[in-house]
Design a protein around this ligand. Structure first.
Ligand code: ZN
Ligand code: ZN
Length: 207
């Protein structure tokens, strides 16, 4: 009887440890990914307009002071989707996510059209994509209003950066985290709503 109790107790202890290990491991990983970023690197791709890149740097520096603009690098040929003459946003993110370390945020910018698979649509054109939560996002100026390029590029950038910080889409119409659905609602977006703003500020952003 005594031995049976010892074996049962041992089984119970092992199970508790296994349970805790399985439960805590994913939580710890998520906390690590979404902890405060140290630096934001802006990475223009291909022949992205230099003065537009500098304007975006100026705007984003106000929200995140450790922001730096890198020299342009060529667009990844492996992300090219020939049937639609555009680039796969998910591939661009995959190639760059750990390039500069986990606590470095990366914003990639291109003037070419980018796309992703959305539900049943194999190749759906988008304005931006992010790993959420994660440390990398990509934006494209292709679908933006060419008369308001600086302003709209900033709005798409801060939206995708919001996703990297763990924010999902927001029902508030004037919030930067509003879902673009299939149009361009950027003119109606004015700022982060109080609840999205709080998440950003907790991660070291000044809004
Ligand atoms: Zn979004
Ligand atoms: Zn919001």
């Amino acid at each position: 009887m005594k031995w049976i109790l010892i074996v049962l107790f041992g089984f119970f202890i092992v199970n508790i440890f296994t349970y805790n290990y399985l439960q805590k491991k994913p939580i710890r990983q998520v906390q690590y990914i979404i902890s405060k970023p140290k630096v934001l690197l802006i990475q223009p791709l291909g022949d992205f307009n230099q003065s537009l890149a500098k304007e975006n740097l100026k705007s984003l520096k106000k929200n995140f002071s450790s922001t730096r603009l890198l020299p342009s690098i060529p667009l990844f040929p492996n992300a090219y989707y020939k049937p639609r003459d555009r680039y796969r946003a998910d591939s661009i993110l995959k190639f760059t996510r750990y390039k500069h370390g986990i606590d470095t945020l990366m914003l990639l910018m291109t003037h070419r059209d980018i796309s992703v698979t959305k539900n049943r649509i194999k190749d759906w054109g988008i304005m931006g994509l992010a790993h959420s939560p994660g440390n990398v996002c990509v934006v494209s100026t292709y679908r933006l209003d060419k008369n308001k390029l600086t302003e709209q590029l900033y709005k798409v950038s801060i939206h995708e950066l919001g996703h990297t910080q763990g924010l999902s889409h927001c029902p508030v119409k004037s919030c930067y985290m509003r879902d673009a659905s299939s149009g361009n609602p950027l003119d109606e977006e004015k700022e982060f709503c109080p609840s999205c703003e709080k998440v950003m500020e907790n991660k070291g952003w000044k809004m």
